[in-house]
Write a protein that binds this ligand. Structure first.
Ligand code: ATP
Ligand code: MG
Length: 557
């Protein structure tokens, strides 16, 4: 385990090393990074890693981070996504300096394109996408020039103007950079800069019918914003040459691109496109379904910003892709919730226990701590009465040797209350135990125990008369295979059919006041988060995580 002190000493990651060297050499006096989501879905845990990295750099070194929406593709983007993204970044605990939209640069980008055309560095191509592909070549064979490659500057300027004014249908023409069809890097073989798309854009409306491609928007936007370190994931490494070429030819601010490995989590998918399918086809209840690896899903599940930041910090940055075990994410939330969660009692599978020597109709108030890890959390009252509920699994008619829970003749402590001893039990027709009869030891009250008896088992329990019904949603992995994207066939065929179990349990009365955003530990059961679907009469709780990692044992890993 990495302790806090060790974390401080942790050596710099390779990006921090680059930044530190750039500051020390005087190349920059401050750095500028950006987080550039495309607003076409909700953020997921992979994005959290990129957010922690970009904002983390400017928290550690002088400078700032911008939030830039990479909204150059009109058809997949939406304002709902813009709002959710902002909300999630703030919730994670980061503040951006400027909120920017690549679509705000459409005029500038258009001017940049005109400049390239004027300098003979771009041309309008009338080829269809199939024709372009046919001349592209392969990694081992050079491509061939398009028949439209040698158009005059004037003709190109006139055609590009007409593309902009809507005179041509979708897909009929493109603007391409004039680089080298024989280039080793396929992306340098006259890449497309603009395409025609008569589509409504979530911010610019119908003003534009030509839209810049990623490669002609991303680096240019970085440059306009004087981003010093533009960090992206590894698949963009081959784009770096084009990124640099365009900036050099345009003579604009020299931003630099650096790549790090995408973070993938096992037993789930981290691709907005796939997550959108799960939502649209109803496999989950929405983007914030607690089984989703989205930030909003994790939040609803009960994850804290601290636990997600800790997770991102522990996995760090790497240059090679690898799969991260979701067990680590769960470890991080357990660590955090152990410090913060208020302890409560809830019985999920109840068995009635009658305390035969406790007067009928009476209630005794017991007190117990809200969080043994944090005395400032105080104590709460819990009612004790003649009929209580315990978990069925906490009673055994014929106990095994190491069973320290309730059994005929045996004693246990009821958490925060008394020691009870089992004298008798009742069986139903099918042999099931329906009722257990106990007596309590009057002078064994927690905190005032004078019996001198040391019992090994402590059980959670609720007073039957005072308990409130609570809906408990128990979640499991969303997918039943570890590496979903390496499996053949439709990824949805690997959805775990048992990823959600809903039960009704019985909670202590204090739980009626639980509000979304609070965190609870149900004693001996796990960490639980109130869900907005609940009410005071019937609260709903999502199981964030169990107390211990039972999964590793089951899966045998
Ligand atoms: P998706 O495939 O889920 O749509 P994306 O890369 O297309 O992901 P963007 O909105 O373009 O999503 O990503 C914004 C930023 O987050 C980019 O810099 C991207 O590299 C980074 N990012 C996305 N997914 C991951 C991941 N799994 N791990 C690390 N960084 C990621
Ligand atoms: Mg993308």
């Amino acid at each position: 385990m990495i302790t806090d002190e060790k974390k401080e000493e942790k050596s710099l990651n390779f990006l921090e090393e680059i930044v530190e060297a750039d500051l020390q050499s005087g190349k920059y006096t401050q750095i500028v990074t950006r987080f550039p989501p495309e607003p076409n879905g909700y953020l997921h845990i992979g994005h959290a890693s990129s957010i922690c990295l970009n904002f983390g750099l400017t928290n550690k070194f002088p400078g700032y981070t911008n939030l830039r929406f990479d909204d150059t593709n009109p058809v997949t983007e939406d304002t709902e996504y813009v709002e959710s993204i902002k909300n999630d970044i703030k919730w994670l605990g980061f503040e951006w300096k400027h909120e920017l939209f690549a679509s705000d640069y459409f005029d500038t980008l258009y001017q940049y394109a005109v400049k390239l055309i004027s300098e003979g560095l771009a041309y309008v191509d009338d080829s269809t996408s199939e024709e372009i592909a046919a001349l592209k070549g392969t990694p081992t064979e050079p491509g061939q020039d398009s028949p439209y490659r040698d158009r005059s500057v004037d003709e190109n300027l006139a055609l590009f103007e007409k593309m902009k004014s809507g005179e041509f249908p979708d897909g009929s023409r493109t603007l391409r950079a004039k680089i080298d069809m024989g280039h080793m890097n396929m992306l340098m073989r006259d890449p497309i800069l603009y395409r025609i798309k008569h589509a409504h854009h979530h911010r610019t409306g119908n003003k534009w019918c030509i839209y810049p491609m990623y490669d002609f928007a991303h680096g240019q936007s970085d440059s306009i914003e004087t981003v010093t370190h533009s960090i992206c994931t590894l698949e963009f490494a081959p784009h770096r040459e084009l990124y640099d070429w365009l900036i050099a030819k345009l003579g604009i601010y020299p931003s630099h691109q650096y790549e790090f490995a995408r973070r993938n989590l096992n037993y789930t998918v981290t691709s907005k496109r796939k997550l959108l399918q799960l939502v649209q086809e109803g496999h989950v209840a929405g983007w914030d379904d607690p089984r989703m690896p989205t930030i909003s899903g994790l939040r609803r599940r009960g994850y804290t910003p601290e636990s997600i930041r800790d997770f991102c910090d522990r996995i760090g940055v790497a240059k090679r892709e690898n799969m991260i075990d979701v067990g680590l994410l769960e470890f991080c939330v357990r660590e955090d919730l152990n410090k913060k969660a208020l302890r409560r009692m809830a019985v999920m599978d109840p068995l009635k226990v009658i305390i035969t020597n406790f007067p009928e109709g009476e209630t005794e108030i017991c007190h117990t701590e809200n969080n043994p890890e944090d005395v400032s959390a105080g104590v709460r009252e819990i009612p004790f009465s003649r009929e209580i509920l315990i978990e069925k699994e906490d009673f055994m008619e014929v106990p095994s040797k190491k069973y320290f829970r309730l059994a005929p003749g045996k004693m246990v402590r009821l958490k925060g209350a008394y020691i009870i001893q089992c004298n008798d039990f009742v069986k139903g027709e099918n042999g099931e135990i329906t009722e257990v009869h106990c007596t309590y030891l009057e002078n064994s009250k927690s905190g005032h125990d004078t019996t001198g008896i040391n019992v090994k088992g402590t059980l959670h329990w609720v007073s039957a008369r005072h308990a409130i019904p609570v809906e408990i949603r128990l979640y499991d992995r969303l997918f039943s295979v570890e590496d979903v994207s390496s499996e053949e066939g439709d990824f949805k065929s690997f959805i775990n059919p048992d990823s959600l179990h809903v039960i009704t349990g019985f909670g202590e009365p204090a739980l009626s006041e639980a509000k979304p955003g609070e965190a609870f530990q149900f004693l001996r059961k796990g960490y639980f988060a109130p869900d907005p679907d609940g009410s005071a009469e019937k609260p709903v709780f999502n199981r964030t995580v169990t107390l211990r990692d039972t999964w590793a044992k089951v899966a045998g890993n």
